[in-house]
Design a protein around this ligand. Structure first.
Ligand SMILES: Cc1ncc(COP(=O)(O)O)c(C=O)c1O
Length: 370
């Protein structure tokens, strides 16, 4: 019998599917825990914007219609916000879809993408699914990207660089000076992907907003793709909406290969309404800042080393990461084990509501003591 594995690109059959944060229902079903605190997927603990929810209610009667496949209204709205042409906005079913499409477009066997060690696992999966190779560069001091080493690793066969800023799972950022130096060094044929899923949470004044580098280089030579998402600060992870800002030749290629209705009708109306909900964003930032300060303080008190984070999650060293994760599950707290990220001594916890953060700390204390 012919094996399906033998008919696909090399490496694809050996991939392991992305392991998401454990769903609340699964913990309820398997462990009989009434209301677990889910701090595993860097979601917005405040919930979705009420404006987005109202817009969804209003659109339910039209579910028999296909959505606008060009996302016209939403793209124009996002374009106006960033003051770029709507043709430079590409909407994706979450930024994950765009990561996949970029790898699909620009890689193939024999070509490679440069990524950092301990960065978002989807980069590796997207690269491998395209038949390309990943050149993985170790992080520098303090779990920060070594952009100089990443630039130096680019060779004649490199077509992509995936950069998470802030990076998941470390929560660290690269700063303006390194970024500028990096941009100068990267050859023209390399597509630079600045994945800024956690952009809105960053407080560091030296954080480079990569959209600024499109402006200067409007139709320039550089191939820069900025990714943003509505899954994090906007609290709409369940709807799957993200976007890329890029040169028109890149957005055109992305449109050539995407599925025709990649953004659902509910996703379109919810984001159109939710992206202007400044009160919801303000409240989310407030909850995150307070929760982050609390967790840092408690980790210090417990003597647990952590990586200072610019995002809505924090990487903390707990010893045997998977064991601690499993015991926290039984305590009703879902965090993320980091074995798949090459960090077996850490877990990653998303910042939750005050009560959820308290539950995490109390459970962690019990687990580490026993
Ligand atoms: C760095 C990074 N990029 C992209 C994403 C994906 O977001 P989306 O929900 O838009 O696909 C995540 C989600 O966790 C992330 O951590």
């Amino acid at each position: 019998m012919i094996k399906a594995d033998d008919l696909v690109l090399p490496g694809v059959a050996a991939l392991h599917p992305y392991e998401p944060g454990k769903p609340i229902e699964e913990v309820q079903r398997e462990l009989g825990i009434g209301e677990p605190a889910k701090l595993a997927s860097n979601e917005n603990p405040v919930g979705p914007s009420p404006k987005a929810v109202a817009a969804i209610r209003g659109a339910l009667g039209d579910l028999h219609r296909y959505p606008d496949g060009s996302s016209w209204t939403l793209r124009h709205k996002i374009a106006a916000k960033h003051q770029v042409s709507p043709d430079r906005i590409f909407m994706g079913s979450g930024s994950c879809e765009i990561l996949n499409l970029l790898a699909y477009l620009f890689l193939r066997p024999g070509l490679n993408a440069v990524i950092a060690e301990h960065s978002f696992v989807i980069y590796q999966l997207a690269i491998a699914a395209s038949g390309g190779a990943a050149k993985e560069i170790p992080l520098g001091e303090g779990y920060v990207f070594d952009l100089d080493a990443m630039a130096a690793a680019i060779d004649d066969n490199t077509r992509l660089v995936f950069l998470g800023n802030p990076n998941n799972p470390t929560g660290t950022i690269y700063r303006r000076a390194e970024w500028r130096r990096f941009l100068e060094r990267v050859p023209e044929r390399v597509v630079i992907v600045a994945d800024e899923a956690y952009f809105e949470f960053v407080r560091d004044p030296e954080y480079p907003d990569s959209l600024q580098d499109h402006e200067k280089d409007h139709d320039g030579r550089r191939m820069l793709v900025t990714l943003r998402t509505f899954s994090k600060i906007f609290g709409l992870a369940g709807l799957r909406v993200g976007y890329a800002v890029a040169r028109e030749d890149i957005t055109r290629l992305l449109n050539n290969v995407r599925q025709p209705f990649n953004i659902t009708s509910l996703g379109l109306v919810a984001v159109e309404a939710g992206m202007d909900d400044h009160e919801h964003v303000r409240r989310t930032l407030e909850v995150n800042a307070e929760g982050m300060a609390y967790l840092e303080g408690e980790f210090r008190r417990l003597g647990l080393p952590f990586v200072p984070s610019q995002a809505n999650f924090i990487l903390v060293e707990v010893g045997e990461g998977r064991t601690v994760y499993e015991r926290l599950l039984r305590e009703g707290v879902i965090v993320r084990p980091m074995n798949g990220y090459g960090l077996p001594r850490h877990v990653r916890a998303s910042v939750g509501l005050r009560e959820e953060n308290r539950r995490l700390v109390a459970a962690l204390e019990r687990v580490l003591r026993s």
